[in-house]
Write a protein that binds this ligand. Structure first.
Ligand SMILES: [Ca+2]
Length: 302
């Protein structure tokens, strides 16, 4: 049995080791009354007073997505002021960057962009390409859109936003050799897709009058456009690494065990690892799900 468990663990570890992920942000912050930028690596490029409208809220769920059920989420409450909660990452200078996240648009007041990649947080570097746009019509119906860069043409899809629903959004940014020819595409998934769809919802868009970018920042945008919840941000150089599979804790369909000192442990794909009273010493970092008499929860082991 122990040997079997080791095999399961080593298989899990090798699959984790192969994943070159640039950003994993599951919003594992639990202070619901302190602004995000005051309890995390997220920063804001404007006055501190404008940073007070992005707070931690309950996490989002999207079936079969790795980001489901870990930690909480952030809600950007866009009523007044403009602010950009931003997270820096290793600047990417080549290839394709996939940014996946769970998204719920609770309210949409007016059209604007709500999410973008940005080159850097340096002063006066406002190169923000791949702007996810929310388009609101006269009836306050909202639709997903995309704009390559500031003042580029806005492309709006016919995909209407359901405020009750959590979407898995994927922004694809292609760094293309040469000048002013990078490309951005938008995917909005209603259900999990492990392979990249052959056609995006919008794109690829480029703009020969706009500079290219080496993405190094992921940015949420608060403006008086609405209330938006983001969770499970995964940035990687392939679709498979960004849109990785996982299970939501409530989807692990086993009987709760009665002894509250014991728990069953599953890997991120829901594969059974074993039953324990404490975590095994040799368990490696990764995301796991435990089930016990107290219910199920997702754990991140570091
Ligand atoms: Ca989360």
């Amino acid at each position: 049995m122990k040997k079997f468990m080791l095999l399961v663990l080593s298989a899990l570890l090798s699959s984790l080791a192969g994943a070159e992920i640039i950003v994993v942000e599951n919003f594992e912050y639990d202070d619901f009354t302190t602004p995000l930028v005051n309890q995390s690596a997220w920063t804001n490029d404007y006055a501190t007073s404008a940073s007070a409208n992005a707070y931690i809220t309950g996490g989002l769920s999207f079936s079969s997505y790795a980001g489901c059920g870990v930690g909480n989420a952030v809600v950007v409450e866009g009523e007044t002021g403009s602010y950009h909660p931003s997270l820096e990452f290793t600047q990417q200078t080549e290839g394709t960057i996939y940014t996946a996240f769970m998204f719920q648009a609770l309210q949409c007041y007016k059209s604007g962009f709500v999410f973008s990649l940005r080159q850097s947080m340096q002063n006066n570097d406002y190169t923000m390409n791949g702007r996810i746009w929310i388009d609101v019509d006269d009836d306050y119906d909202a639709y997903f859109g995309l704009r390559f860069s500031k003042a580029s043409e806005i492309k709006v899809s016919s995909k209407k936003i359901d405020p009750q629903k959590v979407y898995l959004v994927v922004l694809k940014y292609e760094i293309v050799e040469g000048s002013n020819n990078d490309r951005a595409s938008l995917y909005v998934l209603d259900s999990f897709t492990s392979a990249e769809p052959s056609e995006p919802l919008i794109g690829p868009l480029s703009d020969s009058s706009k500079p290219d970018m080496n993405p190094g920042v992921v940015m949420l945008r608060g403006l008086d456009t609405g209330w938006f919840v983001y969770d499970g941000i995964r940035i990687a150089t392939t679709w498979e690494e960004a849109v990785a599979a996982g299970v939501c804790p409530e989807e692990v369909s086993v009987e709760l065990i009665e002894d509250d000192k014991r728990f069953e442990l599953y890997d991120i794909l829901g594969n059974y690892i074993g039953c324990f009273t404490e975590l095994p010493n040799d368990i490696r970092s990764g995301i796991y799900i435990s089930r016990s008499a107290n219910g199920s929860k997702k754990m991140v082991l570091r």
